[in-house]
Design a protein around this ligand. Structure first.
Ligand code: GLC
Ligand code: CA
Length: 551
């Protein structure tokens, strides 16, 4: 297999607003990231992906960009950015930026121009339609609630938006728009950044507007629509002249299409799929369904094994904390955080760690809707009240599902504002920063943080973990996720109990017949059998990896 830097790399996602505030205004910033580069270096990551830091009115926290080539003042200046890039590179850390090109802010000059008249040169940069009988052109619903159409009086037409009404979608059918977008991309790449995470990219093509809404999946009419590949190939041409990595956010893309999107010659180097995580959920599932979770992950592993590359993740800025959802944020917090970590880290692909995940940070128990910032959550809260739910019931749902769970400030230490800021942060700090924080975990050899550090180190040293094939074992098991990673002279067997009950296992004979000595590589308990046993029991959330060297 061809060796490529981003295949051997581990990434770390930074949500700048919540990572580190360097000037005491309660909002994280670029200099805050710069201050914490040594922490990231020690953790061992190879690149950071920074969520949008561009000029924005912040209706959707930076995902509504009003100027692509300016830094939002709250985050710092372009000089601060350049300095961050230099210092990161000095430490051997690459920098990936967020690229939001499905939509802009309604404050972007293209849109303020486009609104003015039907003849304006920027008019066709966006998607405009006449209404029918005083109603929107179609009944499609937006991802953040309400219609995808918003009426604009001046020209008596509606414009299209997949997300909030302040985020008008760009018209990818317009040639000039694409040229402007591509020029902007090259401008950033010429600066020397190392790649992009491409936001909401599966939405850039829409279906025929006369079609009725799909009630099962509200985004179905404007998500991964046939023909989108033509746009994506043009985009790929821009990327191809640079040695960078690209990771597309690809909701609605299935494993059957994996190769088109993330194959050796796919639109992107890798994509974030959503099958194992479930995005924009409005209700928390009663119980975590281990079988379908395993199936989703394995489906993507097989789909790209030898054919492309996966992006591996358990958290990001849009979903609740993984220990709270898939693990346990009570008694088993530490061990389940480690189990989930090993489970996804040793799959084939490039692992991404979301800030705080390496500490086992948990969901927040929000005590009032006033503590919530995310616009989609406020929308859903209102919908729940309209459906007759009490404030308390609605808040319980929001508390479990809101993406603000991932956005509470990073927990650096046990102080009032978690060491994130000197003054009250823009979003509440989780009070459990007193128990869960980086300062303390740096001191403890068996902390979740040190476990991540070990995972990163082991992955770096192992051919099998980076380039090896994937094979799932015991796929019918309802508690355990068991898989093999095999390279020419090394095999790794990973056994993870994803449940809070102990689990017996019996390995298939095929393993036994190999008759090799498997040595313990890593475990999340102080004691585990140092050699692999063909039958045995794993404690709740126990995780072990065994290795043998040789053919
Ligand atoms: C992506 C981002 C999310 C944002 C949305 C609209 O899904 O991850 O945070 O709200 O796109 O840009
Ligand atoms: Ca600040």
């Amino acid at each position: 297999m061809e060796k490529i830097w981003w295949k051997e790399a581990v990434g770390y996602q930074i949500y700048p607003r919540s990572f580190m505030d360097s000037n005491g205004d309660g909002v994280g910033d670029l200099n805050g990231i710069r201050e914490k580069l040594p922490y990231l270096k020690e953790l061992g990551v190879d690149f950071i992906w920074i969520n949008p830091v561009y000029e924005s009115p912040n209706v959707d926290n930076g995902y509504d960009i009003s100027h692509y080539q300016e830094i939002l003042a709250e985050f710092g200046t372009m000089a601060d950015f350049d300095q961050l890039l230099v210092e990161a590179h000095q430490l051997g850390i690459k920098v990936i930026m967020d690229l939001v090109i499905n939509h802009t802010s309604d404050q972007h000059e293209w849109f303020t121009e486009a609104k003015k008249s039907k003849e304006n040169p920027y008019r066709d940069y966006y998607i405009w339609r006449d209404g029918t009988d005083g109603k929107p052109p179609s009944d499609w619903q937006a991802i953040f609630g309400g219609s995808v159409w918003t009426y604009e009086e001046t020209t008596d037409q509606y414009y299209f938006h997949a997300f909030a009404k302040e985020q008008p979608d760009l018209n990818w059918e317009n040639h000039q728009l694409k040229q402007d977008v591509f020029a902007m991309i090259s401008w950033w790449l010429d600066k020397g950044i190392d790649g992009f995470r491409i936001d909401a990219i599966s939405h850039i093509k829409k279906d025929a507007f006369h079609l009725p809404a799909d009630l099962e999946n509200i985004a179905a009419r404007y998500q991964n629509i046939t023909g989108i590949g033509d746009y994506l190939k043009e985009l790929k041409q821009v990327f191809d002249s640079y040695d960078i990595m690209t990771v597309g956010e690809a909701s609605g893309v299935t494993a059957e299409e994996a190769e088109d999107w993330a194959g050796h010659d796919g639109y992107f180097d890798m994509i974030f799929e959503f099958e194992h995580i479930g995005l924009w959920k409005k209700q928390q599932d009663k119980q975590f369904d281990i079988r379908s979770f395993k199936q989703a992950l394995s489906r993507w592993q097989y789909a790209l094994d030898g054919k492309g590359w996966n992006a591996l993740y358990m958290e990001n800025h849009d979903v609740p904390r993984s220990v709270s959802v898939f693990g346990c944020d009570g008694e088993y917090r530490e061990i389940s955080a480690k189990a989930l970590a090993m489970m996804y880290f040793f799959l084939q692909g490039t692992p991404f760690i979301y800030q705080g995940q390496e500490l086992g940070m948990t969901n927040m128990k929000f005590s009032s809707i006033d503590q919530i910032d995310a616009l989609d959550s406020k929308h859903i809260y209102q919908e729940l009240l309209n459906q007759g739910k009490s404030e308390k019931e609605a808040l319980t749902v929001i508390s479990q599902t809101t993406r603000d769970n991932a956005r509470t400030p990073m927990q650096w230490d046990a102080s009032t504002y978690g060491g994130f800021s000197e003054s009250e942060p823009w979003l509440v700090v989780n009070p459990n920063t007193q128990q869960i924080n980086a300062a303390e975990q740096l001191e403890q050899p068996d902390s979740v943080l040190h476990f991540y550090q070990q995972l990163i180190r082991l992955r770096k040293e192992s051919q099998a973990l980076v380039y090896g094939h994937f094979e799932e074992l015991l796929s019918e098991d309802e508690q355990l996720y068991v898989y093999l990673r095999s390279a020419e002279e090394e095999q790794i067997l990973v056994l993870v109990n994803l449940s809070s009950e102990s689990a017996d296992y019996q390995l298939p004979k095929a393993i036994k017949q190999l008759d090799k000595e498997w040595q313990l590589l890593l475990s999340n308990l102080p004691k585990a059998a140092s050699q692999l046993e063909m039958t045995g029991t794993l404690a709740p959330f126990e995780a072990r990896a065994y290795r043998f060297k040789g053919k």
